[in-house]
Design a protein around this ligand. Structure first.
Ligand SMILES: [Zn+2]
Length: 226
């Protein structure tokens, strides 16, 4: 009981002032009119402009390649999960033996980016579901976490997107996800609190029941290190 009430208190803190307004990533209709290559060229120019405005010498050998490097990193890596074409394929299989059993995948490493500051969010996701006979490969859960993490994000939204996707793939509401993460915008700037981390949780179906939730939280114990 003690553990649960402490956890519940932390969940209440939900991201401080990093509040999201919608469950879906706010994208414009024309978000994918440009190809990845066209986006990289455009962002390269944009990054050059920022660097020039800051007074940096772009002819310097060390800085010359930065705009292109940042542009490629935005499109192909840290924001690659914006594009639906990169959504992990939902291959599931039937396993009658796993029926009704809770499966927990804990300590999934998570790298995301705060959409308010464009600084890293680094943490762990803990995912659980109760199978209705359909199961997914364990790496699938890591891939789903990674796909939604690779967007400009708000932790609560990321949490909800992971749960919603797994509910769809597994065809059950009985999915839960807890994320414990450090936001570098809090740790390295602003109030510079290097110890604090943010815990969010999303519980679907049976995980809304106290006993099931407690079983899951006991499994993960939030002994995460990152
Ligand atoms: Zn931030």
């Amino acid at each position: 009981m003690k553990i649960d009430s402490t956890l519940e208190e932390r969940f209440e803190e939900l991201g401080d002032n990093h509040i999201s307004t919608s469950e879906d990533t706010p994208l414009r209709k024309d978000a994918f009119d440009l190809s990845d290559e066209e986006k990289i060229l455009k962002i390269k120019d944009n990054v050059s402009q920022i660097m020039e405005t800051l007074g940096l010498d772009l002819t310097d050998d060390s800085l010359k390649g930065t705009p292109n490097r940042v542009a490629k990193m935005f499109v192909n890596e840290i924001f690659s999960g914006l594009h639906p074409k990169r959504q992990p394929k939902s291959s599931t299989f039937e396993n009658k033996y796993k029926y009704g059993e809770m499966l927990v995948e804990k300590n999934i490493t998570l790298y995301s980016t705060c959409e308010h500051h464009f600084l890293p969010i680094v943490g762990k996701a803990h995912v659980a579901y109760i199978s209705n006979g359909t199961v997914v490969g364990l790496s699938k859960m890591n891939r789903i976490v990674d796909y939604f993490a690779k967007r400009p994000q708000v932790q609560e939204r990321l949490n909800i997107q992971i749960v919603r996707e797994l509910q769809k793939v597994l065809n059950t509401q009985d999915v839960a996800c807890v994320i414990d993460a450090k936001h570098l915008c809090v740790n390295s700037r602003g109030i510079r609190d290097i110890e604090s981390s943010t815990v969010t949780a999303e519980y679907g179906g049976k995980f809304k029941e106290e006993a099931t939730r407690r079983e899951f939280l006991n499994f993960i114990k939030l002994d995460t290190k990152f």
